[in-house]
Design a protein around this ligand. Structure first.
Ligand code: HEC
Length: 212
């Protein structure tokens, strides 16, 4: 069978016009236009305003682990050594490396995990057990929250509840955290970047100077 593509004269004109238009949008030699892509793991909510559990946070970028640093009452109530592991969605991490601060739709997860001291061949150190004793999330969603950021608490792996704006989370983070209400002073791969990009908060710089 013989296939023929028949282009009416008008159609050919249209094709030529489209080609000319696309050339005029990006003239040769000009800098490429950067399109701000959406972050791949943005926060998602239920209809009644709960945050959906970030199911894959364990595959996100690891920031640091604190030992017995958590302010989570569930972690403190264990009366045990507790590790807290901090993770961030990968797109937000990449933007932090470029800008020294967080983009909209950043999701930071603080996972409190039971510390263990006796087990297997371990004699005197502490290691992380399989029991997660709490998960808290700090989300930047500028259109949704008047202070840009909000905190959520999870009791299950389905959805978490919003902490009200007068909860202690907001004031401690606002007053003491090094970058944009997040505790970058405890995230060793990020602190040098924030220093270099000069994004450290006034309050943190004052506290740092006073501690010397
Ligand atoms: C007295 C100060 C203080 C209070 C109150 C506090 N935090 Fe934090 N938070 C910290 C510190 C310090 C870190 C650093 C990470 C660590 O603990 O290892 C942190 C880190 C976090 C992180 C990791 C992301 C980030 O912003 O750096 C989350 C999530 C978090 N806190 C949630 C909460 C929630 C939810 C509350 C309120 C229920 C709360 N915090 C109350 C001091 C505080």
């Amino acid at each position: 069978m013989d296939l023929k593509i028949v282009l009416p004269a008008g159609g050919l004109l249209l094709v030529l016009c489209l080609a000319a238009a696309s050339r005029s949008q990006s003239p040769a030699g000009s800098a490429p236009v950067l399109v701000k892509a959406e972050l791949p793991n943005p926060p998602a909510y239920t209809q009644d305003g709960r945050l959906l559990f970030p199911a894959h946070y364990r595959e996100w970028v690891y920031l640091s682990t604190g030992v017995d640093m958590s302010y989570n009452p569930k972690a403190i109530a264990t009366g045990h050594t507790v590790f807290d592991n901090v993770f961030v969605n990968p797109g937000a991490y990449t933007r932090f490396l470029q800008a020294g601060t967080w983009p909209d739709k950043t999701v930071l997860v603080l996972e409190a995990r039971m510390g263990m001291d006796r087990g297997s061949i371990n004699q005197q150190g502490h290691y992380q057990g399989t029991q997660v004793v709490g998960v808290e999330v700090h989300v930047k969603d500028e259109a949704r929250f008047s202070g840009k950021w909000a905190f959520f608490d999870f009791d299950d792996e389905v959805s978490g509840s919003l902490f009200p704006k007068d909860a202690a989370c907001y004031s401690c983070h606002a007053d003491h955290a090094a970058v944009d209400t997040t505790f970058v002073q405890f995230y060793p791969t990020l602190l040098p970047i924030a220093r270099q990009k000069k994004t450290l908060s006034e309050s943190y710089l004052k506290e740092e100077a006073a501690a010397k």
